[in-house]
Structures are given as structure tokens and as C-alpha cells.
Design a protein around this ligand. Structure first.
Ligand SMILES: C[S@@+](CC[C@H](N)C(=O)[O-])C[C@H]1O[C@@H](n2cnc3c(N)ncnc32)[C@H](O)[C@@H]1O
Length: 333
């Protein structure tokens, strides 16, 4: 098992606090209102609110949620929701709003990212205050100064990550082989560094969630029959040069893709409801040939070459019949 503490035991220490997630009426600033109108929020209940990622992430699934909706399990059929490649949490927020699972277990190997989610969940006021300070001081030289800092507290590290994500080039989080954030200044006019209402809504949605910096293989120890699990690993590259695996200082290669497919098959036998995204490559089609493969159309959002941001076909692998009777496009089980 990866990591020193057993994931099984940490799951047993489920957070007692049960906070109702929806509907939510967060305090809103004029800029939050503008943002929520612009970015098609998920509207929940009578009090319209919005749950969406508070950071932009390479491979983030916000643009695919409309296509995902018909692929989720039936509403009411989901108890626990598990997501081992959390990233910005776009799918978690969507599932939370639509399917309202009773608990969520959210993991990613990027410890700084998980720490940021924990700060949003547990240290929200301190985080908001620190982001307000970043917003006041924001300029190009301040960005490069912040990039070199290693804050000591979790709230300050989270504020730094959010600040750099909002103001860096293309909203990218990328580290070099020594784990040092190396994205250049983004030159965005008036970036929104603090969206207080959004952070408050996200914090509430996270109250029932457990968050761990773990490898996806650790899921085997905790997943059980009936869990709905969404996998969004770093994609199998379409070509050698298309590779983006710098979310952490490690990388995600063919062996990882094969281990993931083996875990998928094991959890299928266990009776979990499984949904997995990946690129449409011969290896991925071979690894998941026994399952339902659907196609979705994605636009590459993070690519330094604007000309390479056209639509691409990606696969979604399911081991269950989705909500609607959409026909699978390859090899039904
Ligand atoms: C494609 S992104 C997920 C994007 C996410 N679905 C979203 O909408 O933002 C893949 C994530 O997997 C994480 N990751 C990479 N290797 C991992 C591993 N071995 N175990 C768990 N997470 C890993 C990366 O840090 C990254 O955040």
C-alpha cells in the first residue's frame, strides 16, 4: 500500500459532522454574480447556487459535464462516491449536485492540491483573508515573488496555489522534476483571484468528503459493492509529443495504465459502479475491451499552441448501463 497510514483506517474515522450541502445561499459579491452567470453554474434546488471548481486544472472535465450527465448511474442508486484522480473536482461537484451521494472519498497524488481542498473545507476564513491580500498586491513581480515562496501554514500554501493558478499562464499547475511550480505569469487583465461565494459553497459541499493524498492503487483497500467510482487518470498520450504528466513530479506511464485497468476489472467483480475517462488510443481500447466504451467530444483547453485546441474524441468506459438508454459505440458487454 502506498503512504504510511492505512486508508482503510482513515475511512473508518469518518468525519462526524454532517452538513447539508444543498440548497446553499452563500454570500455573493457583484463579481461572483457576474461569474456565476458567465460560467453556467449547476443550479441546485430553489436557491440557485453554483458548485464548480475553484481552480483550473489540466485535463479538467468542466467542459464535458453536459455529455457526462447521461452516463452517470441512476439518481438514487449512489451511496458513496469515490474519485481517486480528483484534480479540480469538476466531476465531484457535478455528481454532488445531481446525485447527492451520502459520502465522498476524494484522492489525488498531488499533496499540495489535496491540502488546498482541506484548507477550503476547514480553514476557509483564513484562506479568504490571505487571498484578499494576494489580490491587493497582485502584479507581475509579486507573482514571481510568490512563486519562490514556501509558506509554512496550510492556509497560506493553499492561498498561494489558488493565487498562482488564477494568475499564471493558462491557469496551469505544472511542476518541474524537483516539484517546483514553474508556470510563467499569465498577463490576464483583472483576474478574479478571490471568488468568496464560490469558495463558501465549495467548502459546504466538501464537509461530507474525506480527502487524501494517495495513489489510485490504494482504492482497492476501501472500495466496496455499490460505490460509484469515477476515474480520470492522466491520459495515455495520443503521440509521444502530446504527453502532459507534470501534475506532480512523478509521471504516469503504460504500467500505470495497465495497473489501473487491472484495478477497474477487480472493482467490477466486486460490484462497484465504474466510470473512467481516457484518450481514444489502441491501448485504452484494448485494456477496456470487456466493458462499455462511449465516446465524448472534448476541446483541448490547455495547450500552448492555440492551433492544437480543436475537438478530440475521448472515451468513457462504463461497467453499468447508464441513466439513459444511449447505445454504446463499441463492443457492448
Ligand atoms: C486528468 S487530471 C484529473 C482532472 C479532474 N477530473 C478535473 O476535472 O479537474 C489527473 C489527476 O490525477 C492525478 N494523479 C496522477 N498520478 C496519480 C496517481 N498515481 N494516483 C492518483 N492520482 C494521480 C494528477 O495529480 C491529476 O490531478
Amino acid at each position: 500500500m502506498h503512504g504510511s497510514r492505512s486508508l482503510r483506517s482513515s475511512v473508518a474515522f469518518c468525519r462526524g459532522r454532517r452538513v447539508k450541502c444543498v440548497p446553499v445561499s452563500p454570500r455573493r459579491s457583484p463579481s461572483d454574480d457576474r461569474l456565476s452567470r458567465q460560467r453556467s453554474p449547476f443550479r441546485i434546488g430553489e436557491n440557485a447556487t453554483f458548485l464548480r471548481p475553484f481552480v483550473k486544472w489540466a485535463g479538467g472535465k468542466s467542459q464535458l459535464l453536459g455529455q457526462f450527465q447521461a452516463l452517470y448511474p441512476k439518481p438514487g442508486s449512489v451511496g458513496r462516491y469515490l474519485e481517486p484522480f480528483l484534480g479540480s473536482g469538476a466531476v465531484f461537484f457535478h455528481v454532488q449536485a445531481l446525485l447527492q451521494p451520502s459520502h465522498a472519498l476524494l484522492c489525488d497524488t498531488n499533496a499540495e492540491l489535496i491540502d488546498t481542498f482541506l484548507a477550503v473545507r476547514d480553514e476557509l476564513d483564513a484562506l479568504i483573508e490571505l487571498l484578499r491580500q494576494h489580490q491587493k498586491q497582485h502584479c507581475e513581480s509579486y507573482f514571481y515573488e510568490a512563486r519562490t515562496h514556501s509558506p509554512q501554514t496550510r492556509a497560506a500554501r493553499a492561498a498561494r496555489l489558488i493565487y498562482l493558478n488564477k494568475t499564471g499562464f493558462n491557469g496551469l499547475y505544472r511542476v518541474n522534476s524537483r516539484g517546483i511550480f514553474n508556470v510563467p505569469f499569465g498577463h490576464r487583465v483583472n483576474p478574479t483571484i478571490l471568488s468568496e461565494a464560490l469558495l463558501r459553497a465549495v467548502s459546504i459541499a466538501l464537509q461530507k468528503a474525506q480527502l487524501h493524498a494517495r495513489d489510485f492503487r490504494d482504492l482497492s483497500a476501501v472500495a466496496r459493492k455499490g460505490d460509484f467510482i469515477y476515474f480520470d487518470p492522466p491520459y495515455q498520450p495520443l503521440s509521444k509529443t502530446a504527453k502532459f504528466t507534470s501534475y506532480t513530479s512523478g509521471s504516469f506511464g503504460e504500467k500505470d495504465q495497465r495497473d489501473l485497468a487491472a484495478l477497474y476489472a477487480e472493482l467490477d467483480r466486486r460490484g462497484c459502479l465504474l466510470m473512467l475517462s481516457n484518450s481514444d488510443t489502441p491501448l485504452i481500447r484494448e485494456l477496456y475491451a470487456d466493458f462499455r466504451i462511449h465516446h465524448v467530444s472534448a476541446r483541448r483547453m490547455i495547450n500552448s499552441d492555440g492551433k492544437k485546441r480543436g475537438p478530440v474524441s475521448e472515451v468513457v468506459v462504463l461497467n453499468y448501463g447508464p441513466q439513459t438508454s444511449r447505445k454504446p459505440t463499441l463492443r457492448p458487454r
